[in-house]
Each structure stands twice: as C-alpha cells, then as structure tokens.
Design a binder for this molecule. Structure first.
Ligand SMILES: O=C(O)CCC(=O)C(=O)O
Ligand SMILES: [Fe+2]
Length: 301
C-alpha cells in the first residue's frame, strides 16, 4: 500500500479494511459535524497561551505537544464531537464483541510552528503497562487540513499484526523530565502519510506503529485524539477518574464501584492537589526535576 484510501461510508467493507490494514480514514459528510469541527478549531486557536490548560510532552525547546483531558473542559466542543453520530457509528462498527468501551484519555495534539515536535515511531500500547493492555484504538480527528508540511500523521499499515513491540525511553527535556517512547527495532515496513481535511476521522489500532514530523508552516496542525478500550472489565481512565463511556453503558453497580475506586485512588488526589495548591506542587515538581536531572546524567555517563 503506497497511498491512503479514504472512505465516505461505514459498513462491513470498512471493517474488513480495518482488520487488514489496522486503520480507517473516514471523511464525514454531515454539515453539523463540520460546524462543530470549526467551532472546536476556533476554541483552541483563540485560547492559545491559556495557562489553565494542562499541557505535556515538551520537546527539547520547551514546546508542548498535548493539551490533556479535553473531555473534562466544559467549554471545549471536543466531547460533543466524539458523541456525534459520525463518530459513534465507527465505534460501534469496530466494537465487534459488543463490549463496554471507555475513553481512557482525550487530548488536543498540536505542533508549535517551526519547533521540534516530531513523534518517534511508537505504538500507543507501548505506553501501557504490561498487565493493562486491552483491545482498543485511537480516534484522531483533524481540526484543520494536514499534510507533510505541517507534520501529518504517518502510519505503518499492517503493523498492528506485530503485537506490542519493545519501546525505549528517549528523554527530550531535562528540565521537565518529559520523555517519549520509541520502538527499539523498527520493523522494515513502509509508512504512508495521512493527508486529510478538517473533520476527517482516522481510527487506528493501539498496536499500529505511527509517527509524525514537525510543522514547517504557520499551522499548529490541531487534531483531537481520544483512545478507547473495549473490555468486559471496567476501570478508571488514565487520569484516574471515572471514564467517559464510548460504547454500551455501565450498570448502576458498575458506576458505584468506579466511584469508590476513584475515591481511594492516590494519583487522583495528586491531580486535585496540583489544581488547588499549585505553588506546593511547583516545589515538588522542582524536586522531581532535580532527581531526574542528576540520576539520568549520572546514569548516562
Ligand atoms: O499528533 C500526532 O502526530 C501523534 C500523536 C500521538 O501519536 C500520540 O499522542 O500518541
Ligand atoms: Fe500515538
């Protein structure tokens, strides 16, 4: 496969394509969906520099690549986009075993123009703990046009069949301790560039190898990404909060169980602490940076 195939319909053929190649590039036709996309694009463009956003994945020059947990931002249209029928039909198509689907996290992925914001080749499952890998996928939604000039997504078709490969940690920013994971031995598979329009939806398996380069134009290449996991077993999301449901629904007892799980969870408390006592958390962060700085420098000698 040298070229990207785009679908403007969703049926069993789309599903067969996904099973074979590990991704789907779908172009929605709904004008209502498109206006939500425009609203969302403007929301992030006009809020650039807003300190309330939780950002991460800072590169060597300090440029972050993600705004986190966008579904819990009540002003962002992101959740409305993922609840739209254009997205829902794709989720139910791929939820072949009719399991519970939860969003494990949601983010805005972006590229500060002319900064180093590449993503090394990785599988999203590489970031999961060994005992916490479930079947799932990422739903990547373009808020603007993307191509090779502004660092479009690049996929390695069929790589989802290789299962989760070994990744290594690459520290990018010693100050913040930010790092990326990169596949240690990249298999000899060719990749394709996903050139897309605003509103296009790209779904890819959580073992799909993918990467992207920086933006050399004045575009931020805004894209939403949410990851879904399908399972019979419920759990908290990556922010240790009760997850947003993507498919099917919880029973009442499941909801109570999740609520108590979130109450006793420590990481959850840490988010709370950071939000309400930012100055204390600043000192703790400094201390973390000191440790990472020293230990890693010593370790690499
Ligand atoms: O935005 C991109 O180009 C890729 C981001 C990504 O792969 C991730 O967040 O896991
Ligand atoms: Fe990824």
């Amino acid at each position: 496969m040298t070229q990207n195939l785009k679908f403007d319909y969703v049926n069993s053929k789309t599903n067969l394509f996904y099973n074979e190649y590990g991704f789907i590039h779908y172009q929605p036709s709904s004008s209502e969906f498109k206006s939500l996309i425009d609203k969302c694009y403007n929301y992030y463009l006009n809020n650039d520099g807003d300190n309330n956003f939780q950002k991460n994945f800072e590169g060597q020059d300090g440029a972050a690549r993600h705004i986190l947990d966008i579904f819990r931002d009540k002003y962002s249209p992101a959740l409305e986009i993922y609840k739209h029928k254009e997205v829902k039909q794709l989720i139910s198509l791929l939820n072949e075993n009719k399991e519970l689907g939860i969003f494990t996290h949601s983010k805005l992925s972006f590229k500060e123009p002319n900064k180093i914001t590449d993503w090394y080749p990785h599988q999203d499952n590489g970031y999961k703990k060994l005992n916490d890998r479930r079947s799932g996928l990422a739903i990547f939604i373009c808020l603007e046009k993307m191509n090779n000039n502004n660092g479009c997504l690049q996929l390695f078709p069929k790589s989802h069949r290789l299962k989760t490969l070994k990744h290594e940690r690459i520290v990018e920013n010693l100050k913040s301790g930010s790092y990326q994971l990169r596949i240690s031995n990249l298999p000899s598979l060719s990749h394709i560039s996903i050139e897309a329009e605003a509103g296009d939806i790209i779904l890819f398996h959580n073992d799909m190898i993918h990467q992207s380069q920086s933006s050399s134009t004045n575009s931020y290449r805004f894209a939403l990404i949410a990851e879904i996991e399908f399972s019979k077993k419920i759990k908290l999301d990556d922010y240790n909060l009760v997850p947003v449901v993507a498919a099917e629904f919880h029973t009442f007892m499941d909801k109570i169980y999740l609520f108590f799980l979130s109450l006793i969870n420590l990481r959850n408390k840490w988010y709370f602490f950071k939000k309400y006592f930012p100055s204390c958390s600043f000192f703790i962060k400094k201390w973390k940076v000191y440790i990472i700085d020293n230990l890693l420098r010593k370790g690499s000698k």
